[in-house]
Design a protein around this ligand. Sequence first.
Ligand code: F6P
Length: 396
Amino acid sequence: MKKRIGILTGGGDVQSLNTVIAGAKNKAKIEQVELVGIIKGWEGALNSNYIDLSKLSIDPQIGGTIIKSSRANISKVKNWPQVILNNLHKNNITGLIVIGGEDTLSNAFLIQPFPQILISKTIDNDVGKIEDNGKEFRLDNITNYFTLGFPTAAAKISSFVSLKEGLRTTAYSHERIIVVESMGMSAGWLALSSGMGFPDFIIIPEFPLNYDLLLDKLIKRYESQKHIIIVVAEGAKWSNGSYIYAEEDEIEDFDHPRFGGSSEALKIRLKKDLAKYFNTRNINSVNPSYLYRSGSPNDLDRHWATRLGEIAVKYLSEGINKSKFLSIQKDNKGFRVKDIPLSNFRSINELHRFVDERFYDPQEFQLTAQGREYLRNIVKEIPLEKEYGLSNISMS
Ligand code: F6P
């Protein structure tokens, strides 16, 4: 009997999900195994909602996920591991490819020893580990250098804030202060990556905002430059630890508040505090929101999404006795995939990563040289041109 492999996608969608599924589907054809899509992540595994992927045409360039996604926290359902295992057995599924962020991947630990391959995807880039904290910094010591989706989202945010492709030209022309919001929940990776498009200030959740310092720097910069781009993470906090903005009563299944609004909240406060210096009409906020997760995957994302999909099917068609996490590692030749037994971790929380303190300078609200070195392998820089500094043109 042909092996049957299930594949599911959970959590926020990213541009390269269909790419992983397409990579898996092609490999399944070569290996002569069946690939079954599980609709809406773990929810579909719970309800036996499956689809034969050989019947679907999947375009790896189209973002999102053809098999849909959900944020269902099935660990809240009574006996859920048993229900899911029974369903998988009943449907002759012999292995599972689980694609998701930390919440989705966490469920995989609870249906062990069922054979699973875990693939991380999230524009938040918060699944992985940076070793040697406080010691020697080495890029080849990073477990899971990036999560799928992050390269495309990071390229988008740096483009949005840049001079050549983004908001800096209108900021310059109208002498605006523009506050741009990033996604990322409580992790600041996406906001940090905007540094590749050279905004003036970046505010991330890992470092509660020293507002007076920001105001001071901003006033000085505005005096000489006459326009400012600030990037604020959706999960950024005031110095007292409270979120700049979050809907605390819109908590979802995994207990995360609904973010979205920090740029507007910061804009309102800046308007008030800067009113004594100038007409604040041109202090604006922009929240690209789901645009960070939309569109086609970029080359880096597409390449590794395809590879991970293929490798996952290869392992499960050969048969594995231990579930594995597929980590993207860097060495001096570039990126490669390393598989790590799930038994190396107690739970996926051990792979929850916040922005490394060596990557961000809270005094300057900026990416450090090491942060830039890390990001350079994922996102291209969009430099500022000299002309942008036409700061104080005045008629004589
Ligand atoms: O986790 C990915 C993410 O895009 C976060 O950055 C964001 O806060 C969240 O998803 C939005 O969630 P939803 O898709 O439920 O609106």
